[in-house]
Design a binder for this molecule. Sequence first.
Ligand code: SAM
Length: 173
Amino acid sequence: MVLRYGHRHVRDYRVTSHCCLVARAFGASTIEVIGEKDQSIIDTVDEINGRWGDGAKVAFHDDWKNRLEHYKKNGFTPVHLTMYGVPIRDIEEELAGKEKLLVIVGSQKVEREVYEKADYNVSITLQPHSEIAALAVFMDRLQKGEELTGTFSGAKIGVEPARKGKIVRRFGG
Ligand code: SAM
């Protein structure tokens, strides 16, 4: 489960939609965005799910604390990705043993309380970069690359990997 903390309509469209597409492609069960509801992001992910198969859907919510409590009650361990956290390599074995993770990525300024309420603050390098990159590296490390060749049920199209050119397969009627 991936929680994107913070979204400003229009300004953040590209980064938030890319966080959602990474979360889906790397196998998140659900994606939630805290911030101004942006139907175009929901539509983009729905459209990708419709063609490329049934991955995670996106929902918008107002209050990150409620969502955090909701997921904690349902057995999720909250992990906040931040450059100030414990390096991923020092904690990945421990996190891999958890049944369900709530992965929180930030946007603009992240409130101090997020750092306190998360069970783990985890860094992907100790340098500032991007929520999209942090999410991709984290999800890949936790799944040891298993997700890289994953497919989704109900796909209408799919890629036939090719060294050169582009080959797309069409499924069903
Ligand atoms: N300046 C913001 C702050 O004070 O929190 C950070 C902005 S950064 C562009 C947006 C998000 O990318 C962060 O909230 C964090 O989730 C993620 N991020 C950036 N660099 C990271 C790193 N080295 N390790 C883990 N996550 C990182």
